[in-house]
Write a protein that binds this ligand. Sequence first.
Ligand SMILES: [Zn+2]
Length: 256
Amino acid sequence: MLNILLFHNITSIPSHDFYSVTGDFFKALLNQIKDSSFSVKNLRDFYGNSLSSHDKSITFTFDDGGLSDYEIAFPLLKELDFRGSFFITASFVGKSGFMQWDMIRELKDNNMEIGSHTISHRILSRLPAEEAQEELYASRCLLEDKLGTKIDALSFPQGDFNKRIIDLAKKAGYRIMCTSTPGINGIKQLQKGILYRNSMNRAVDIPTMPSRIDPSWFNIILARLSYEIRKGTKRIIGNERYESVRNRLLGVNNVQ
Ligand SMILES: [Zn+2]
């Protein structure tokens, strides 16, 4: 089984941002994983579907390309000789709060995997086919050009995808697609190349950490239910309105 953890922002001090965790939390998580029976892998380790039913693997993924990926997550991963997969939103590179190209290159040179999180982070299923194709294809080409490496993995902005987007992503050359749908991946998901991920956010604390590293089916069902409710609410009231209401309640701002 493969448990893919999804991170957004890692902060030095606790933040109200729901999708953030602190560096101390991240470090504690890495140490728990180091002492567990899980082995840490990169997504590229699974490109040949190389997962046996007895394997217990875990992968760290980071969406958006935030500066904290480089400043906080990268040194902690490196310290334990762990790897991670970083999904870059191409138009965010170099902007305030995001990594610069030389930082992303340094991640790549230290065996971290780089993937695409599109050009502009727009919701792909709402775009006409040509625009969605451009988001997928141009971001892959730009990353390959800037980093001099092959880009095989994609993470869908806001976890949004449908069959049309999957077909376009395959056409654009992606072999692995990461969703934000909670779940544990088996051989079936790896063969399809469409993977579940489990979000690490403010709702997880030290006592609940083991249940996120090695979740029971009950934990997964609960996470899936909460994810579907959130998604349904977004569909009914609109994504922007949902984010604005949630952020107003929490007093924060964030990119998912
Ligand atoms: Zn994102």
